[in-house]
Design a protein. Structure first.
Length: 459
């Protein structure tokens, strides 16, 4: 069990250990489990890079793909996102969980039995501080710190243990930032929710282990009219550009006891791109609008957003995309309105979140400050990192009309009864979610003009 701070070398360490075990032992299976699909691919890619770059191992790689690395000695490294369906059944010699604090306890229960029939098996769990006192990672790490034995040992890796971290710069950060932030991010210590806009319970109760649906997995929306509202946050300087889609979940009527006549929203797709030029990200949005029916696209016009949004409008029209691109100014009132809407949806069990670590971190990093006017200032402090994913989510949610969705839901209706072959999962709050969810097929009244701007209606 390893609880680690920033830039301590978690991914490099895990990749090196995985490759060492596979290369020095014959016919073993190393299973890498990551909290999200992107993290899963990234960890295996680092293993592949190490293997191909090694003069000892370069010629031993027989097969490498997005989820598998096979060596000539018969050993395999398999990488999967946190999913009970993908984890169950593997006999595993080395089990590695990356960002284990973000992985649900049920996933851990599915993964742990994989090693019980393999002599000499090892389990390595690594994460930044995340999770309540009853979460398996925190509980096991604390057990290993308090009472290490032949089953559980724990290590605490604050950022200062890395030989690559500049001690002088670390001290400057400590003097400049709040004690709570420094403890969490660099000393790798669990902290409470004081000052956070969303509580940990609100966030984690809404998380489900479902697979998001990239646009390329859908046919044209003319054939499969899966409607969604899109929120866009345009990166500036070191920020990334982000696109978040929000739609109404097709739950096959399984949540009527929990929601009554209500509906649940979910995020069918979330995309964050670092280093992409605006033109390339615009192409991606236009491509997405050819698969999902984007009834509303809320595009911020702060910073570089004004000309970029205008370019998006022109490119979407040229491609004959039937989507309405709205210009929105992201100011304090808009953020207060949008994030308040998200908070209400979470408290009512009406929003499902994917288990994507970066999104969850950003949601947790949102802080609020009560202003003298009585309003709130809500933001992710610069010290806490990026806010691109949560801002895109806020833009999308602000374009959803739940009352309109209910009006449209009636005549169109949802399928009643889970079809054969459809696997279901659930949130901690009990909301049922298909493992491969899709939006309900309607698109007339579920979405509206984005709301909540101090500078007036810019659309």
């Amino acid at each position: 069990m390893i609880c680690a701070g920033r830039q301590v070398g978690k991914s490099t360490t895990l990749s090196t250990v995985a490759l060492f075990e596979a290369a020095t032992r014959r016919n073993i299976t190393v299973l890498l489990v990551s909290a999200g699909e992107v993290a899963s691919r990234r960890l295996l890619e680092e293993c592949q890079t190490l293997a191909h770059g090694s003069p000892l191992l370069g010629g031993s790689v027989l097969d490498d793909s997005k989820s598998l690395l096979t060596l000539s000695n018969g050993s395999r490294i398999i990488s999967v996102p946190a999913s009970s369906r993908q984890i169950r059944g593997w006999p595993v010699d080395v089990l590695i969980l990356d960002e284990a604090g973000f992985i649900d306890t049920e996933i851990w229960r599915a993964a742990e039995p994989a090693i019980i029939a393999r002599p000499g098996s090892r389990v390595i769990l690594v994460s930044t501080p995340w999770g309540g006192v009853d979460h398996f990672f925190r509980a096991l790490w604390q057990r290993g710190m308090d009472h290490p034995d032949d089953q559980v040992e724990s290590w605490h890796w604050p950022s200062s243990v890395s030989p690559l971290v500049d001690a002088g710069l670390l001290e400057q950060i400590r003097q400049r930032e709040s004690a709570e932030y420094f403890r969490r991010e660099f000393l790798a210590e669990w902290t409470d929710d004081a000052g956070s806009y969303f509580s940990e319970a609100e966030i984690m109760n809404a998380v489900a282990d479902y697979q998001m649906c990239p646009p390329e997995d859908l046919e044209s929306w003319l054939d499969r009219p899966f409607a969604a509202a899109a929120g866009l946050d345009w990166g500036f300087a070191q920020d990334a550009s982000a696109m978040a889609l929000v739609s109404v979940l097709e739950d096959y009527g399984t949540n009527r006891d929990l929601l009554g006549d209500g509906l649940a929203l979910f995020i069918p797709w979330l995309e964050v791109r670092h280093g992409w030029p605006y033109s390339r990200f615009i192409d991606r949005v236009v491509e997405t609008a050819g698969k999902y029916y984007l009834k509303v696209v809320a595009s911020e016009v702060n910073g570089p957003g004004e000309p970029v949004t205008q370019n998006l409008r022109e490119r979407a029209a040229a491609a004959r995309r039937d989507c309405n691109v709205f210009k929105v100014w992201t100011d304090n009132r808009r953020k207060m309105s949008g994030f308040s809407k998200i908070k209400v949806l979470l408290q009512r069990n009406e929003l499902v979140l994917p288990r994507e670590p970066e999104l969850l971190k950003q949601l947790r990093s949102l802080e609020f400050e009560q202003l003298q006017t009585g309003s709130l200032r809500i933001s992710v402090p610069e010290r806490a990192g990026h806010d691109d994913a949560v801002m895109a989510l806020m833009q999308a949610v602000s374009s959803v009309d739940m009352r309109g969705a209910l009006r449209s839901y009636g005549p169109f209706g949802a399928l009643q009864g889970v079809p054969d072959g459809v696997e279901m999962t659930s949130t901690k709050s009990g909301l049922m979610v298909p493992v491969r969810p899709r939006p309900v097929r309607f698109h007339q009244t579920a979405f509206t003009s984005p709301t909540g701007s101090e500078k007036g209606t810019t659309w």
